[in-house]
Design a protein around this ligand. Sequence first.
Ligand code: DGL
Length: 287
Amino acid sequence: MDNRPIGVFDSGFGGLTVARALIDLLPHEDLVYVGDTGRYPYGSRPLEEVACFAREIAHYLIHDHRVKMIVVACNTASAAALDLLRSELEVPVVGVIDPGLRAAVRASRSGTVGVIGTVGTMSSGAYQRTAESIRWQGELHCAACPGFVEFVERGELDSDQVHVLAERLLAPLVSAKVDTLLLGCTHYPFLARTIADVMGRDVVLVSSADETAFEVRSILASTGLGRRSQATGQHRFLSSGDCRWFEEVGRRLFGEDLGQVEPVSWGAGNCLGSEMDLGTGPSLGDS
Ligand code: DGL
């Protein structure tokens, strides 16, 4: 039994979908959430830079909050840094790509699955690699959705503009006749209504949040890291950007129990130094 909190992070609000699922499934666990809104979006950045951010946040959660586990509640950061974090951290590290794809594959009747995400996640090839690693034989259609994250971060979830953008970006997946669409960015569940309207009522939308929470629960059980206390867990939310704005938008997305948001800051330019050759990263365009 281990009473330390679980650390969760994302570039901003998207990981709140995973935090919600974790809190609902594991109400006794303490949780510390970092939304890196000061450096959002991740999806348009070189993967090396995102890996550096992820590493910095994970080390911060371990050293300053003594977390017992890290949940990378961001597909872009999972694509960029999951292996790295697993190799250098002593606590279990859970990403969202593997649990999400497994859930989508299970949900599909036809074996034709779509996945949408940021340009960074899609260009990393992480979903194709995961499909190979689980020896899935179906058809995977991937599409990047630049612009979706920005709508969520502004709290604009079902405007005409987001609808028009969704129609354009999702058209190839509608044509491919996918029967299941995996929301491969933790921000996208907040746009589910718009996405569902465009995809049509026969397409099942899958988010990685619940499946990730199940994976966390099973790791806690198998490692004996679950919290002993039966009291309701404490949940702390930190933002590297404007905390008041995080509180305002975060409450609209997550609910009133978001609580007070605390500031967190990083050493200036740590991830922009000469050790990281950002010029060699993939050219990723918009998020
Ligand atoms: N929520 C993130 C993801 O799942 C990234 C959004 C962004 O910062 O571009 O990929």
